[in-house]
Design a protein around this ligand. Sequence first.
Ligand code: FE
Length: 229
Amino acid sequence: MKRREFLTVAAGYAGMMVAGAQVAPPAPPAAATGPFALPPLPFAENALEPFISARTLSFHYGKHHKTYVDNLNKFTAGTPLAKLTLEEVIKETASDVGKATIFNHAAQVWNHTYFWNSLKPGGGGKPSGSVLTKIEKDFGSFDAFKKTFVETGLAQFGSGWVWLVSENGALKVVKTSNADTPLVHDQKPVLTCDVWEHAYYLDYQNRRKDFVEAFVEHLANWDFAAAQL
Ligand code: FE
């Protein structure tokens, strides 16, 4: 709604007020902007086809990720949290059950941005250079890493994430539930795959294994992973 239209509607509600029977106008629409922004996708919505369809990305980025950003702005408006960075909000709210809703939205904003960066058109397969050396050192082989990553993605019951992280200098694969993120577990994220159903259901229905395998074989952004090490 344009501002002028909104003012016209608000004036209409004001006109409905009569002595002793005031009808409150509806709350103004939430501001579309705030301190937390939806970063641009690092590729076109159809760039990951056929492994992730443009339709999935359109919903996942344009609806799910955007809604987390919009709600985070709404929930933090006028609070000291609105002055913090996204990472600071996540760490500030992680162990405060009273702020679980804000944590969930902030972490989901961060996790999704990290996921887009973990994807690359024409990516996946066996990496090279420092990433491969580190994977072979810590998992034994790339195939062993792949098996662990896919099995861990499958083992996450319900919504969540599977991650390649660095902890105390060693690479490991971990899973997190819902919005939980390695950022609050003293682990440095290296790569992630979203295993919420909204990430794959339109393309793979219930076949999460096929989706996570496609992530490792065709989508993983090893350049991004190397930059995190
Ligand atoms: Fe998601």
